[in-house]
Design a binder for this molecule. Structure first.
Ligand SMILES: Cc1ncc(COP(=O)(O)O)c(C=O)c1O
Length: 394
């Protein structure tokens, strides 16, 4: 075993290993796609590639409408407006801040709800307790290539007369409760950011089976060509360009291959991490099929011998970038922290997950051998936990 970099050895990896999919098609395929855009002289405003992408995604998701957008954040803001939400919406604080910011941009007050310690999605009984006359909706998240308690949340939303929709930014291609994500609730929003399993470099889409919601979303997506008048006075620019759609179409062609590569990497992590006390891979049990978009681990500080953040420093010295995801919880982030500290709400599961979880490199820049080597490295670090703690406290 070579000496750990944090203890004076050389880094195990010569260049930095990133977190996130970072899909790149071959140069030849990219060049052919861009040549087509140049020949057609059509950059944006629902060109042939954007329309083809929507068509293919409609078939993929098995839903009536797919509205591609510039990114999922804009998609979430548009969703809140298209659903005509008012007052308050229940949302987890254990999520990427964009979920909550989308409500703020739409003029809605977020009501933070704790998550289930297993699914990491909204805890249904807590949601039910929080619904009052001012709550008009529930924004639930499907994280890590898994799913939250979708069916229970649907039952609650129906019984209590509030609208349920999903931030499924991590959920492309995931199957749960007998079908593919995309058709649950009023609508679902997906991200096609470069780090995601389906990449448009930047991008996303909204899926819905509701004609009226779809018409409102299309109207909001573009100030041009908004189509037949609908009762939405708002328009914006969340258009996806042809260049983004070209990458997304190639990424869609390679989707199953990329999922399989991620699955193998995840299995290599699982094998090598299995015997290390205090570390475990987060399982995404509620999904019958995952996209293996993320490899998320949980660290128990007492058993492992050092904190999650100390482990991250040791890995960074080896050129392994590991992300605290999500950290801090949105309830502890500006602009929400002050109001949250004054209300009498506690989010124990959220706070626990925010200090215990980390995300390992996976995707196009990683392979099975690299994943196994990182897993073994974590084992080496655990064996030197005392020495490393001493070094970090100096
Ligand atoms: C849970 C969640 N929601 C929303 C987003 C925002 O997606 P985008 O970057 O496409 O705006 C992300 C991005 O990582 C996310 O993780």
């Amino acid at each position: 075993m070579s000496r750990l970099a944090i203890l004076g050895g050389s880094p195990r990896f010569s260049s930095e290993l990133p977190v996130g999919q970072l899909y790149f098609p071959s140069w030849d395929r990219y060049e052919a796609a861009m040549r087509g855009i140049f020949e057609r002289r059509f950059y944006t405003n629902q060109g042939p590639l954007t329309n083809a992408l929507e068509e293919k995604l409609r078939a993929f998701f098995g839903v009536k409408h797919v509205i591609v957008v510039a990114n999922a954040t804009l998609g979430l803001i548009m969703a809140a407006k298209a659903l005509n939400l008012q007052g308050k919406v229940i949302v987890p604080a254990f999520t990427f801040i964009a979920s909550v910011q989308s409500l703020t941009w739409a003029g809605i007050d977020p009501v933070f709800c704790d998550v289930d310690i297993e699914t990491h999605g909204l805890h249904p009984a807590s949601v039910n307790r929080l619904i009052d006359g001012e709550v008009s909706g529930i924004l639930a998240t499907n994280l890590w290539g898994g799913a939250c308690a979708i069916e229970e949340l649907q039952k609650i939303a129906l019984e209590r007369g509030v609208k349920l929709y999903f931030d499924s930014a991590h959920g492309f291609g995931v199957e749960a409760f007998g079908r593919r994500l995309g058709g649950f609730g009023e609508l679902e929003v997906f991200s096609f950011h470069a780090t995601k399993i389906l990449s448009a470099t930047e991008g996303g889409c909204i899926c819905t089976d509701d004609d009226n919601i779809a018409a409102r979303l299309r109207n909001m997506r573009s100030s041009y060509g908004a189509g037949p008048p609908v009762d939405v006075p708002l328009t914006s620019n969340a258009r996806m360009s042809e260049a983004q759609a070209a990458i997304a179409l190639m990424s869609l062609e390679d989707f199953e291959t990329n999922v399989e590569n991620n699955r193998l990497q995840s299995a290599a992590y699982s094998r090598t991490i299995a015997g290390i006390p205090g570390v475990s891979l987060v399982r995404v049990d509620a999904a019958s099929k995952s996209n293996f978009q993320y490899v998320v681990c949980r660290l128990d500080e007492d058993t492992f011998g050092m904190s999650r953040d100390q482990l991250l420093i040791a890995l960074k010295c080896e050129n392994v970038n590991v992300r605290r995801y999500f950290y801090p919880g949105v309830h502890r982030s500006i602009p929400y922290s002050e109001a949250f500290s004054q209300c009498n709400t506690f989010l124990p599961n959220t706070d626990k997950l925010c200090t215990e979880l980390f995300q390992l490199p996976v995707g196009a820049m990683v392979d099975v051998d690299i994943a196994a080597a990182i897993g073994e490295l974590i084992g080496d670090i655990s064996e030197h936990a005392g020495e490393i703690r001493g070094r970090l406290s100096r």
